[in-house]
Write a protein that binds this ligand. Sequence first.
Ligand SMILES: Nc1ncnc2c1ncn2[C@@H]1O[C@H](COP(=O)(O)OP(=O)(O)O)[C@@H](O)[C@H]1O
Ligand SMILES: [Mg+2]
Length: 373
Amino acid sequence: MSADRRDGFRSEIREAGDPPEATARVVDAAGTEDERVVEAALRPRRLAEFPGQPRVRDQLGLVLEAARRRGTPPDHVLLSGPPGLGKTTLAMIVAAELERPIRVTSGPAIQHAGDLAAVLSSLDEGEVLFLDEIHRMSRSAEEMLYLAMEDFRVDVVVGKGPGATAIPLELPPFTVVGATTRAGLLPAPLRDRFGFTGHLDFYETTDLVTILHRSAGLLGVDADEPGITEVAGRSRGTPRIANRLLRRVRDWAQVHGEGHVDHHAAREALALFDVDDAGLDRLDRAVLQALCRRFGGGPVGLSTLAVSVGEEADTVETVAEPYLVREGYMSRTPRGRAATARAWQHLGLTPPVDAPQQAALPLADDGPGRLEG
Ligand SMILES: Nc1ncnc2c1ncn2[C@@H]1O[C@H](COP(=O)(O)OP(=O)(O)O)[C@@H](O)[C@H]1O
Ligand SMILES: [Mg+2]
């Protein structure tokens, strides 16, 4: 590891209580308004234009086609997986394939059952209701939702106190598409109401290459194959990150050259934005640094680890961890998170000789959040 990289690492390990500046990194899940506009413009509109996720795509395609032939709304659909993999995109595609309107809302926007009742009672027959971050809905709304999903009925409470009465209101059949980064947090009764669950996984580099060629075309970016391949290989298997890095490389190319995205421009721009050769970003490296340097490789509890990198536990768990586990940099053990040999190697550090050997647990869909806090 070179001296300047070591300095970079040191500045990433901040004391507990420092402002969580890692949230400003280039790979953030939530973007600015401009970002959202660009993202919307880059979304594939139909299943046939959606690269990657072959299993989910084929299964969903079958569910939708069968429903279309029957002339009835399909089963409710739950999409789970880390941020930026295409959950919102697929929800839009469901409505487009069914040629139905889509109503968009999210768990945090539904704080009271009444908020949900208002949305449900205004749905048209066959409409698609997209509930983003569905795991963040209030308990009372959750209960109302699963009754509505099963029986197409809501009980509207009229009046207050002892005189209050519940008037059942019939709803036309509709389809809920729920999206969540934390399927494990959904109560079982709600999860069971979804007839189809698609778990999105990180993309292969070849799929990201396809996605980037398409994005470059839509954005009018002049990019060659080596440039695209370099960006694709360093995007953490995530289309949102790939698209965002492509725009930063384009910026670099416009300032430093003729605006042509090639291998050199990609390498320079990615270095500038702290994306390392393996595609790990600042938060990823901060997590590994903390694990190895501060906790001797672990195991360490999630919340302790999160505090030491100045992030919310939820961010570490849903944004950084899935990719680090999947790429074999860290493991989830019964006693906490632990660094693997690959993490030490990646940081250019030597693991302690007495490093405990931890049995890794699989990162199951419903695993996160269950082990310890
Ligand atoms: N399979 C895909 N093909 C092309 N672009 C994709 C794909 N999946 C996601 N994207 C792009 O990545 C960005 C984030 O996707 P989104 O559906 O909002 O992710 P999520 O809702 O899972 O966080 C969007 O701009 C979208 O265009
Ligand atoms: Mg989304």
